[in-house]
Design a binder for this molecule. Sequence first.
Ligand code: NAP
Length: 373
Amino acid sequence: MATKVDYNFLGRSGVKVSNLCLGAMTFGSTDKGMFPAFYSNPRQLNEEASHQILDKFVELGGNFIDTADIYANGNSEKIIGTWLQNKSRDDIVIASKAGIPMDMTRLNNGVGLSRRHIVESLGPSLDRLQTNYLDLYQGHVWDNGTPLEETLRTFDDLVRCGKIRYYGFSNVCGWQLQKIADTAKMLNLNPCITLQQQYSLCERDSELEAFQVCQNEGIAVLPWSPLKGGLLTDKLKRDVRPDPKESRAGYLAEKLAEGKNWWSPWDEEKDNDNYWKTIDVLKTIAKDKDKSVAQVALRWLIQQEVVSSVIIGCTSVQQLEDNMGASSGWELSPEEMKQLSDAAPLRKPYPYGFISSFASNRTNPFARSVKMS
Ligand SMILES: NC(=O)c1ccc[n+]([C@@H]2O[C@H](COP(=O)([O-])OP(=O)(O)OC[C@H]3O[C@@H](n4cnc5c(N)ncnc54)[C@H](OP(=O)(O)O)[C@@H]3O)[C@@H](O)[C@H]2O)c1
C-alpha cells in the first residue's frame, strides 16, 4: 500500500511533522502504576508487534511519535527505545510527557509539574528511549500544586541545555493555556508550542476556549483519542456492548460493569443520540468517497485549522494502514465538514452562546481574537 503523507509545522516552530502522529499508548503492558486495568487490557501489543507498527508508520512517511512515561509504566518508551537503535534518530520527532504518577507509593513528590519532578522524570524517559534528547516534552495534565513560573522556567532550562527541543502541555483548560502563553512571554521564556487535548467528533468542548487560545498564540493542537478510543469506526452496533476481546472499548466497558475501572468510552456514548447520528453521517460520507469510517473521522480533524498532527492509536498494521489513508490525496468538502459538525453540534453553555451570537457579527481578521463557529 503506497500512502503519501502530508506534513505540517509543529505550531510556532520550524519543525515539520507528519499530519498523523503515531500514539504509542498501545505498546507494552503492565498491571502496575496508576491505570492497571487499562494497561493490562488484552489489546496491548508486545514488542515485536509494536516494532512492526513503528516500521510500517515510517515506511508510509510518518515521522512523529507520541509516548509518555506512564504508558504501560515505562514499557511504551522502552519499546520505542529498542526500535530506535536501528533508526536514524534525527529523522524521528519524539514526544513524551511527565506529570502523572508512575509509582503509587510516591504520591507526594513523584507527581506533578514541579522542577523536581520534571527533572527526575526526564532522565529515566531518555534512558528508556535510549536517546539523549526529546523533541517535545509535555506536561501531561495541569498541576494545581506548582507555581506556573516554576514549571515554565524548568521547561525553558531544559530547552536551553539541549535535553529537550520544545515543550507543550496536555489536558488544560482555556484560562490555564492563556496563562501559560502570557507567563512565558512576560518572563521572556521559550513558548509552549503544542496543546495535546482529547478532540474528536465526540469530544469538541475544547473548541470553546482552549483552541481559540491556540489560534491566537500559534500553539498547535495535537488531538488525542481521535476515534474516541475506537468508537468512531464502523464496528459497533447500538445496544450491543462490544466484545472485550475484540476491542479496547469492549474491554473497558466490561471492566466498568464489573466495577474494576472508572471509565469506558462506550458507556459514555452508547445512549448519546448525537454519537449514533455522527456514525450514520460518517458511514454515508465514507461510502460516497470510498473511504473507511475511521479515515473520514480522522480527516475531519486534519482539516481543522488549529490541528497540526492527529495522534492515532492502533492495535494492528491493518488499522495503521487504514488510518494513514486519511493523511493525504483527498479532502472533505466544506459541505461534508459541516454535515459532520452538525451531527454532533458544539454545546454552548452560558456565556459562550451569548458571546457567539454577538461575536459572529464582529469578525475582524486584524484582531484575530474570538472566532466562534
Ligand atoms: N494526553 C493524554 O492524556 C492522552 C490520553 C489518551 C491518549 N493519548 C495519546 O493519543 C493516542 C491515541 O489515543 P487512542 O488510542 O485513544 O486513539 P483512538 O484513535 O481514539 O483509539 C485507538 C483505538 O481504536 C481502535 N482503532 C484504531 N484504528 C482503527 C481502525 N482503523 N479501525 C477500527 N478500529 C480502530 C484500536 O483499538 P481496538 O483494536 O482495541 O478496538 C485502537 O487502539 C495514544 O496512543 C496517546 O499517544 C494521550
